[in-house]
Design a protein around this ligand. Sequence first.
Ligand code: C5P
Length: 403
Amino acid sequence: MTLSGKRILLVIGGGIAAYKSLDLIRRLRERGASVRCILTAGAQEFITPLAAAAISGQRAHTNLFDREDEADIGHIKLARDADLVVVAPATANLMAKMAGGHADDLASTVLLATTLPILIAPAMNVRMWQHAATQRNLATLTSDGIKVVGPNDGAMAEAEFGPGRMSEPLEIVAAIETLLTPKGALAGRHVLITAGPTHEPIDPVRYIANRSSGKQGYAIARAAAEAGARVTLVAGPTALPDPAGVNVVHVESARDMLAAVEKTLPADIGIFTAAVADWRVASAAGEKMKKMGDVPPALALVENPDILATIAHRTVERPAIVVGFAAETEKVIEHAQQKLSRKRADVIVANDVSAESGVMGGDNNTVHLVSASGVETWPTLDKGEVARRLVERLAHMIETRKS
Ligand code: C5P
């Protein structure tokens, strides 16, 4: 029972390979998975919702505007209540809709609304598969983090030969098993990361911010997800796209960030890379402030909560490893050591952010790992590599702590 307890949402597209999807349902159920089906209008030209329902043991969904369907489960719930979404067969049209973000029927709407991992099994005529548009869509979907199985080479319905045949049900099952079996150094761990700047409102149109790009935190989120962790990224305003496979919670101010972080607990590892504003305006104006005479307004500031210190000082649900960052322009290591003890972090990743270093907004970083066991200086690396090394190190730390 390799898929025991796993919930698969199977989107069946309109192609001749749809008949294989019925066998796929059976194979998945044999392995302990439950399968809920959505059939596109095209799919219903090849197989019936009744057949899908009979084999899956659950009613099959077909219509976005079906009153009974919406009352029963609703498309948003459909998009959430599963461990994995599988699209088989994924037709050229479905792939194009997914790549373009279309939502004009139940299948495409659910595919746009879901944050679950998605696996597609393309199936189409060889020329459609090889068409530049399909290949472009495939590249988009892959870079969006969507996983692909197949297609295989072989004889096609139109007596043609080449790539375009949908993978066999057992090949799709194997791909599903691979996706749903946690692997990697952080498999089964929950990692919480803060990133980016915060915006502290002055009035409805003005705010206090800083130059943090969020790049390092996002890179760590990506690396932790690649290492098999479940990752929650609490991000202040950045220009970066959400990393694939990461649950991103967008916030604005330090207080929102703290609330979101607390809601995310428990976590095994907390990594606090956000450049949280130290101060906020004591009372932000409800209306846009007006220029009045020659005297500029004085902004009274109050201190923001220290998110890292608040979490590290918790007695319940404190992550086993708390990592802080220290962006310094002088006495980098000395200041990091002070932060380590004052904030009660387990590791401080210290770096020089003076203008000459080019770290702020740049792609490279030179960091020092400061912990109770000493200081370790890494060579200058790009932020992705810093992230991978840090994740590797933290995985090792948590592993050795457990035993
Ligand atoms: O004190 P400083 O801002 O240099 O500390 C940096 C570390 O503390 C970072 O890990 C940062 O994310 C965290 N921090 C925080 N909340 C604050 C200030 C800093 O989480 N209000």
